[in-house]
Design a protein around this ligand. Structure first.
Ligand code: ATP
Ligand code: MG
Length: 601
């Protein structure tokens, strides 16, 4: 491609809308253009990158025996009602764009495809003989993200590879799951990324496991906790660890104390001169179940610990039956506005005890009249602890479970693991923390969807059995931007060779020099012919401008037919290192070929 003929517009200044380096660079270098919130045009250079990433993904998927297909993006609401996800996806998570057609039929724009694929399996897979089967597609997904940001990292329209596998049993699922873990590692390694596979939350779906593939970068929205021995790595949403030991309590007798202005643990511990490990704090949450019932949840947890909302949500989902519900739609910390809807009188916030009375709740058809009281494991063994007194400005000290306060019946593990905690597998290892960008997620689904949608096959014994399923996603467009986030310098992008839009760029320093033009044209034709994807910067611009642009767009090798033409050579500059080589014109092709092969491996 000749730059003179290409849609090639670079920006000198950092665009104001962009916060992180990769987003700024992709905009500045003319790879993407914002069309609306979370909506981007992939311009020609970007599209080449995306096609290369897709091709790597495709090759690794095909190598496992998975088959590519393409499913409709418009999905009938009925399918989502069958799986029970229509309400959650259009209301609670609100992530699915939905619409009504001219025949008044409801439709959703696909955020994911479990429903569609399960319907296909239900219709087409009759017998165990057809299993296992793995179908995948590479396609645009739509999600009405509440906070689209960072360019392609969190868009409302983005490219995903999603695959779904069907099995007769868990063992077969586990084999495909392992194959996928390997395929995902291959994809990321081949794309030139530094990454880590981590244990992930499998949420309400349960199932026996899920892993995320995290590209390590400061701008990552996820926190990863890991140990240096390489034995443990998990998303903080899922991570477990051993909490620090509690210090023995200095309070021997039960007593109510005036503790003015101590609504935070910090202030309280300063005031009482005690350790937060001797405090039971009581945190209020509000859960709305899918049948519309609101439940007020009081979590008692040790003062130095924080509640992990993902873990809490999973516990509340397990308790849904108690409220004749299936799932939790919303889980929030109720603000003043939310409290107005159900609080019978004003709550002693900051001073609540584990036994705060149920008559603070004005029960109704929609609001359960009793607190759901949960106690985290860290608080169960405390003795002579400090906690609230249910009266503003006062706490109690020297309290004990089953003496002053009944121990809540439901004991849960909802504490957040954090950096510095001791690891469970080996207490000598402490958890380290890193930021990560989730580019892939693999999942053992089990029979959640097949059971809900009645998708069965006939087993060898002639029984109707639900499919055992797995699902596997890669954010293709997010992956491409992650590569930039991991690889740039002050001059611009440094693409890994395997996914660079072009391998080389020939920058002609002076268009009026006939020899320069002639050599450039010759190399341009020759390199492209031999499969080295090459750009020709034949624009009527100063050499300095051309070099700057070549650096900004991050093409791995820049070829400059300049002064050394006198001795039959051109300059070849490596983008990543700025290292310059003088190479005989006749040897440019073979040299580049070698370099590229070595870089792609
Ligand atoms: P996240 O937690 O980042 O919102 P998710 O867990 O909802 O992602 P999945 O449903 O597992 O995402 O989708 C598979 C992959 O698709 C993710 O691992 C991610 O790489 C990509 N992805 C998800 N949402 C977006 C988005 N809004 N923009 C770009 N890529 C996305
Ligand atoms: Mg995910």
């Amino acid at each position: 491609m000749r730059l003179s003929q290409m849609l090639f517009v670079t920006l000198r200044e950092d665009p104001a809308e962009a916060e992180i380096p990769s987003h700024k660079l992709l905009l500045r270098a003319g790879y993407i253009r914002r069309i609306g919130s979370g909506l981007y045009a992939y311009l020609p250079l970007m599209w080449r990158v995306l096609k290369k990433v897709s091709q790597i993904v495709r090759e690794e998927m095909d190598a496992t025996g998975a088959q590519e297909c393409l499913l409709p993006q418009l999905q009938p609401a009925d399918l989502w009602r069958e799986s029970g996800r229509w309400d959650t996806y259009t209301q609670a998570e609100g992530i699915m764009f939905s619409m009504t057609d001219r025949q008044q039929r409801e439709l959703g724009l696909g955020p994911t495809h479990e429903e569609v694929i399960t319907t296909i399996a239900k219709d087409m897979i009759r017998s165990y003989r057809q299993l296992p089967l793995h179908l995948y597609q590479i396609q645009t997904k739509f999600r009405d993200e509440i906070r689209p940001r960072f360019g392609l990292m969190r868009g409302r329209e983005f490219i995903m590879k999603d695959g779904y596998s069907f099995h007769t049993n868990e063992e077969s699922l586990k084999k495909t799951y392992q194959d996928m873990a390997q395929a995902y590692s291959n994809m990321l390694r081949r794309s030139g990324l530094q990454f880590r596979a981590v244990d992930a939350d499998s949420g309400a779906i349960g199932g026996s496991g899920s892993q995320e593939f995290m590209v390590l970068a400061e701008a990552g929205e996820d926190e990863v906790l890991y140990t240096e021995d390489g034995q443990y790595a998990a998303n903080v949403e899922k991570a477990v660890s051993m909490p620090a030991d509690a210090e023995p309590s200095p309070f021997a007798a039960f007593e109510k104390r005036e503790t003015p202005g101590t609504e935070t643990i910090d202030k309280l511990c300063k005031f009482l001169k005690c350790s937060p490990t001797q405090v039971v704090k009581n945190v209020l949450y509000q859960a709305v179940y899918d049948n519309g019932i609101t439940v007020l949840v009081l979590v008692s947890i040790r003062g130095d610990q924080d509640v992990n909302q993902v873990k809490l949500l999973n516990e509340l989902t397990k308790l849904a039956d108690n409220y004749q519900a299936k799932t939790v739609l919303f889980l929030t910390v109720p603000d003043a506005e939310a409290q107005r809807k159900w609080a019978a009188k004003s709550l002693p916030l900051g001073y609540m005890a584990p036994d705060v009375a149920d008559d603070y709740i004005a029960g109704s058809k929609e609001v359960n009249s009793k607190f759901l009281r949960l106690v985290d494991r860290t608080a169960v063994d405390l003795t002579n602890f400090v906690t609230g007194s249910n009266e503003s400005g006062y706490h109690v000290v020297g309290a004990n479970w089953d003496k002053e306060f009944p121990l809540p019946a439901t004991v849960v593990g909802v504490r957040t693991a954090k950096k510095g905690d001791r690891a469970v597998h080996n207490p000598e290892q402490t958890l380290q923390s890193a930021r990560g960008i989730e580019v892939g997620h693999i999942f053992q689904l089990g029979t959640k969807y097949s059971q809900a949608m009645g998708a069965t096959y006939t087993s060898e014994q002639g029984e109707e059995m639900p499919f055992v399923m797995g699902c596997y996603g890669v954010g293709v467009s997010r992956l491409a931007q992650s590569a930039v986030e991991q690889s740039y310098d002050k001059d611009g992008i440094i693409w890994p060779v395997a996914i660079a839009p072009y391998h080389a760029i020939i920058s002609i320093p002076n268009l009026s020099d006939a020899q320069q033009v002639e050599v450039a044209e010759k190399l341009y034709a020759e390199l492209n012919q031999s499969g080295i994807e090459t750009l020709l910067d034949d624009r009527d611009e100063r050499a300095g401008v051309k070099f700057k642009d070549a650096d900004l767009i991050g093409i791995p090798y820049r070829i400059v037919p300049g002064r050394s033409l006198k001795v039959g050579k051109v300059e070849v500059v490596e983008r990543a290192t700025h290292k310059s080589h003088e190479i005989l014109v006749d040897e440019v092709n073979s040299t580049l070929k070698q370099w590229i092969d070595a870089a792609i491996k």
